[in-house]
Ligand binder design. Structure first.
Ligand code: SF4
Length: 498
């Protein structure tokens, strides 16, 4: 497949999945880092989930709450706006990344500040907020440890929960030593690669930024509609600092993050930590409702982000991707992600959820988006672990169908075509040939008999375009006798076999 380069926040000039994955699987260090990290997290998650006797009921409750909320999203979003406004906050609506970035940049400029501290946030990565602020002369400091490593290393995130999962400890030490001084307090002399020393270096580096910052930027894991309360869960405490110390707080939140009530929230506060970090509860759960005198930020802005979500909601099969609570359990069990790594997905959403979310949110019809639904073996491990029961294989197959048909979808008021990538043209031709053969039983039978009689002459690898495919797979052996002949001869096996 030829490379198509597409521009997207944080992922400029990125090739389609097969090409990107091809590079990644040859990187033994990357594969080693990923294998160690994903196997460790998945084993811990399995133990944490096994502790809960009603896990299946919690999972079903989560699915129902999300589906109900998405069905009535218009009503709940208005409820959020009213509640946040009543609590002293200001709500902004952003139809796409450009509008969201403009709103945030204008809000920061209005404070007179030229730097902000950030809580880890997928929504702000999705819209490329850091790059947009940089273009306006505003520097955004990531404060989550893994995000800090990615930012200092001029790297890209490769995992939803652990963005620097592709880095090992000695790589992180080298990044701290060479880059921290460029961004503020340098790394201590003689920094080693022990976790304690690395964490201390990051703590000292970030502390001065927390104490100086006047503006904080966050996302949110949930927004409770009945009170307009935002919720951020995290493990390090950096989020708590960003959410409480600055005078102005700006939160950019996808519209699908709403839950109707506190009772609904209770379900996700049980399933999210066990699915993501394998903890019984998150070490830090921060909640805030508008502003409060003498406590926390005095100004609060909520930017509600669409950016393709309403279009995704219109797809009856694909809309279940909006249930996602970004736990990353599906990444940690995915055999494709484990080998290809997160960068191959060309998006801030890697792994199985990225393969169904990115093509729906972006809908660009580019080769990378057309290739993502094929970035899966359809083994179903992602569905098994998903705490909101997103049937990812079902959505993958649905999106493949749309890609194969050259489906037209609407994005931002424009019609765009989901184009089949070049490699898929051969697949379509093979499917057409198979359909013809299956609708001509006489030809199929003759072909099967011929294949059985000549089976010793069959090559172990396919020639031409099929060479790469068969180079990594064993072709199934052709039986000495076609199944249908065997069935007729034995009366369905009653007379035994030869
Ligand atoms: S799709 Fe499911 S398992 Fe994957 S990140 Fe989202 S909620 Fe977690």
């Amino acid at each position: 497949m030829s490379a198509t380069f597409v521009g997207m926040p944080g992922f400029p000039s990125y090739p389609a999945f097969p090409e990107a994955a091809h590079e990644a699987v040859r990187d033994e260090t990357l594969r080693g880092n990923l294998r160690h990290a994903t196997h460790t997290i998945r084993a811990k998650r399995a133990r944490a989930v096994a502790e809960v006797s009603d896990w299946a009921a919690l999972r079903e409750a989560g699915r129902r709450i999300k589906d109900h909320t998405l069905r009535h999203l218009d009503r709940y979003l208005v409820q959020v706006e009213e509640a946040v406004t009543a609590a002293g906050g200001t709500v902004h609506w952003a139809v796409d990344a450009q509008e969201a970035n403009r709103i945030v940049a204008d809000l920061v400029k209005a404070t007179g500040e030229s730097e902000v501290v950030k809580v880890k946030s997928m929504a702000t990565q999705e819209i490329g907020l850091n790059e947009a602020l940089e273009a306006e002369g505003i520097r955004a400091y990531e404060t989550d440890l893994a995000e800090l490593i990615v930012q200092l290393g001029k790297d890209r995130p490769s995992h939803i929960l652990v963005p620097a999962i592709h880095r090992n400890r000695s790589e992180i030490r080298d990044i701290f030593r060479s880059e921290m001084g460029e961004w503020g307090r340098p790394a201590p002399e003689g920094l080693s690669d022990t976790p304690a020393e690395l964490a201390e270096a990051a703590r000292l580096h970030l502390r001065e930024k927390f104490l100086r910052a006047k503006v904080g930027i966050s996302g949110a894991n949930f927004v409770v509609a009945e009170t307009g309360t935002l919720v951020v869960v995290e493990s390090e405490g950096n989020g708590r600092m960003c959410l409480t110390l600055p005078e102005t707080l700006i939160s950019v939140v996808g519209i699908e993050k709403v839950v109707p009530t506190w009772r609904d929230l209770e379900v996700f506060l049980q399933t999210l930590p066990r699915s993501s970090t394998a903890e019984r509860m998150n070490p830090y759960t921060s909640m805030w409702t508008g502003t409060t005198d003498q406590d926390g930020p005095s100004t609060f802005h909520l930017v509600l982000l669409d950016n393709g979500r309403t279009d995704t909601l219109a797809d009856e099969v694909g809309r279940q991707a909006l249930r996602c609570i970004r736990c990353s359990a599906c990444l940690n069990v995915c055999p494709v992600y484990e080998r290809a790594g997160g960068h191959a997905y060309g998006s801030v959403y890697p792994g199985p959820i990225g393969a169904i979310l990115s093509p729906q949110l972006r809908g660009t019809g580019s080769e990378i988006d057309a290739s993502l639904p094929y970035a899966s073996s359809l083994c179903g491990a992602c569905y098994e672990v998903c705490p909101v029961a997103i049937d990812i294989p079902e959505v993958l197959v649905h999106l493949r169908e749309r890609v194969a048909q050259g489906d037209q979808v609407t994005r931002g008021g424009n019609k765009v075509v989901l184009r089949p990538a070049k490699g898929h043209a051969a697949e379509r031709a093979a499917m057409r040939a198979a359909r013809w053969a299956f609708t001509h039983p006489g030809v199929l039978r003759t072909g099967q008999r011929l294949a059985s009689r000549t089976r010793r002459l069959h090559p172990r690898t396919l020639p031409g375009p099929g060479k790469a495919w068969s180079g990594t797979r064993d072709l199934p052996p052709v039986p000495a006798e076609p199944f249908r002949d065997w069935w007729q001869r034995t009366g369905g096996g009653k007379e035994g076999t030869k």
